[in-house]
Design a protein. Structure first.
Length: 249
């Protein structure tokens, strides 16, 4: 059954985020529907990472934030995680001197602390989705390749059973083959019912797998629309997809 646009999983209205007197994000409104992939594209310095940090509660922001139909602006980071709002940060932030397996189990800490039974069974699901992590479960996280570290960061997030998974530049620094693999994994996650807010500089890959997209430029929302329409937009094609207007037509 199609989820109504007026009943989104995440609904952000008029969000502003400042660093001192400098507004890094200005009056941003966006929605993420249930079981949808929504992408936010834009150049370096556009405010994409700042946007995710504010949604996660890592930075203070002004505006309206609704999650699961309830006001969420005053929730702590821990409370947002407990409600299934989980961020995979750009730098992945793994525990380098701990094993792959231990990093994954830490992802389920919130569920374990709340007394949820069977949370460890999610580990088998993660290993099934990321066979490479199972092969390297005893290996130190700091010795993994860039692509493997990204898989571990995503696997650790999945241990928290997210309802909305926010990914900050998952393709950053990866070889093209690994980028394709990571985006295939992201697309496959939608089939499990996980909603995804994807922040990416790789606009082509992001728009190919997402349902709806937003273009962020210097802290402002420049464009939005269904991903296929954005990909066909001459301005988006020329600026972010490496095509000129004639090619995009």
């Amino acid at each position: 059954m199609e989820t109504k646009l007026d009943d989104p999983l995440l609904d952000v209205g008029g969000l502003c985020v400042s660093y001192g007197k400098v507004e890094a994000v200005r009056n941003i409104s966006l929605k993420v529907g249930h079981g949808k992939i929504v992408s936010v594209i834009g150049p370096n310095g556009a405010g994409k990472t700042t946007l995710l940090a504010a949604l996660m509660g890592l930075l203070p922001g002004r505006g309206n934030l609704s999650y699961l139909g309830l006001p969420a602006g005053t929730l702590t980071v821990e409370q947002r995680v407990a409600r299934g709002l989980i961020l995979v940060p750009e730098r992945r932030e793994l525990f380098a001197m701990m094993s792959v397996g231990d990093n994954l189990e830490l992802g389920g800490f919130q569920r374990a602390r709340s007394g949820e039974r069977g949370w460890r069974s999610t580990l088998d699901e993660v290993y099934e989705r990321f066979p490479r992590l199972k092969e390297r479960r005893e290996q130190l996280a700091g010795t993994l390749s860039g692509g493997e570290r990204q898989m571990l960061a995503m696997g650790r997030a999945l241990m928290g059973k997210p309802r909305l998974l926010m990914l900050d530049e998952p393709s950053l620094g990866l070889a093209p083959l690994m980028v394709r693999e990571i985006f295939k994994i992201v697309a496959d996650l939608r089939a499990t019912g996980v909603s995804i807010l994807l922040v990416e500089q790789n606009a082509r890959a992001a728009l190919q797998i997402s349902d709806y997209g937003y273009v962020l430029e210097t802290g402002d929302l420049a464009l939005e629309g269904p991903s296929a329409e954005l990909a066909a937009n001459p301005r988006v094609a020329a600026t972010y997809l490496g095509k000129n207007v004639a090619d995009a037509a």
